[in-house]
Every structure is written in C-alpha cells, then in structure tokens.
Design a protein around this ligand. Sequence first.
Ligand code: DP6
Length: 340
Amino acid sequence: MTVENQLKAAAATAVAHPNIALIKYWGKSDERLMIPYVDSLSMTLDILPTVTTVRLGPGERTDQVTLDGAPAEGDFRQRVVTFLDLLRAMAGRDERAVVDTRNVVPTGAGLASSASGFAALAVAGAAAYGLDPDPTALSRLARRGSASASRSIFGGFAICHAGQGGGEAADRSAFAEPVPVTGLDPALVIALVNAGPKAVSSREAMRRTVATSPLYQSWAASSKIDLAEMRGALHRGDLAAVGEIAERNALGMHATMLAARPAVRYLSADTVTVLDSVLRLRADGVAAYATMDAGPNVKVLCHRADAGRVADAVRAAVPDCSVLTAGPGPAAVLRTEAGR
Ligand code: DP6
C-alpha cells in the first residue's frame, strides 16, 4: 500500500441500521466464534442508524472507545476491544484505535442495538485497518461482534445461516445473505413500552435457555419449519402468512425462555396489553402481527398503508408508550469523504 493509501485507510466512518428478526436467533453452538444454533431471518430498518468512526492511533497504547460522546465502559467497551483485536489479527497490524460510535435513538428509547453497532464497527474497522472484505466476509466479521449484526450488513430482508460442522467450518458457513422479496410493502410499528435496562443480558439469557430449557430443542426444530414456510411466504409477498409465522416463532422463543431454570421473562404486563390490541386489530380485519425480542417492546408487522391505524391502536392500548414506524432499510455503508 502507498503511504497515501495507508493514511486514507487509517480512518473510516460507516453507517448501519438495526434489524428485527422475523425468525429468531436464540442460542449459540460456539460462544467464542459466535456461531448461532439456528438460522434466522430479519428485516433491516430504515430508522435508528448507528454511525461509527474508527481512526487508527499509532501513538496510542490502548484503544479509546466513546459511545454517544462519553467514554464507553464495562462490557460494551470490552466487546469493542475484543473485536478490534480480531481486526488487528486479520490485518496483521498492531495499531490501537480511537472508536467513536453514535446511535441515532430517541433518548431513553431502549432500542440501542448491538446489531447496527457491530455492523457499523465491522465496516468502518475493516476499512480503517486496510482490509477489503466482500459482503459475505463482512457479515462473518460482524457476527463475531454480535450474531444479529451479521444481518445488518444487508438491507431489506436477510437470512443468517447457523453454520455447519463446528469450529472453523462453522465459522466459514455462518453468515447472512439477502433474501429477495417482491410484492410486499411492509412496516414495523414499534411500541416502546419500557426503556429501562434489561434484567438479564440476552447473552446470559441465551446461555441459560440452551443449557436448561426443556423446550429449547423442540423450538429449534420447529424454527426450521418456520424458516422454510417464511421463505415461501416472502417469495409470494403474502404479508398475512409472513406475520403469522413471525408471531408464532417469537412466542415460541419466549416460551423456551419461560421454561428456562430460572425462568427468563422479558414480556411485561404492557407487552401483553399490546398483544391484545394486535389481536383486536386482526379481529377487525387489519393484518397485524407481533414480534418481541430480549425485552418488553413489541414490533407489529403490517402493511405500510395500515401503519397509522396500527400505531393509533397501540397508543390507545398503552397511552404512555412511544411508537415508531419503520420500513425496510438500507445495507451498511462506508461513508465517502463527501458524506462526512
Ligand atoms: C432476540 O445478536 O444481541 O434479538 O449474538 O450475543 O450479541 P449476541 O446476541 P444478539 O441477540 C439477538 C437476539 C434476538 C433475536 C434476533 O435478533 O434474531
């Protein structure tokens, strides 16, 4: 690399968006390599991007990490440093980095996403360290930060393969790729019922579910069927089928957690109130289907044309919740100089 290119490569900014899984990833077969136990499928959102800059600091002795302008601490900082160590090993370089990451999230929304965060860090970090991965390699790289981040490398709908064969073979085969979808104009209406921190991290909750829940293996088996049917429903552009499959897959995932020992319960009374409002919408003929992740917030899949009505119903059910509406969003990108 010329000196000029090296200087150029030494700082990079990337933008990535969160994604919401319609077929969930829950549980790892290898924690070190971050290999998901099951395939998953998601929609990348067009709201709440993360913008991350990675600048190499040859003179620095340690990595510096800031999150929304404040020095990052604890587990988050450690996960970023571990990820930078991986980038350094891949690039055969040893410079420390200055990482600035910003989430465009309404204050206290409780939706800060490790998916958009590690997708943006993978894209910016790879460029800063002079790596030039193709989208599959980028997705595998992002997975090492957070498995759901592998899907945020792509826009629209993406499937993440669980990874076959264990060890290096699993590492090579666990990546996301886009799923072409036609004839759907969907929205996700996001009901933020609680912005507070999680009682149990999703990492710990997954570990506990896989190790102790008697329902986990049967959910994983039924999830395979859900995925096959979901692909067909997306291919047909059949929103009602997509929603039905997504809702049963999410409820099944939460059932596995409830059966863990001790139980992991993310769903709150407000969550159930929103779920009831979704059932009422369906009874009134509106195609609306719910999915929930490692927290009490509810994401309601519907036709974009129905998003206003769905948002009103959710607000009426839980008057103090905030509601956001998202559509399918773009792939993670490196920002050009002009865009900075
Ligand atoms: C419930 O990707 O945040 O949102 O891989 O440990 O970082 P780590 O977990 P993470 O888990 C996401 C779980 C989920 C379902 C999903 O997004 O598929």
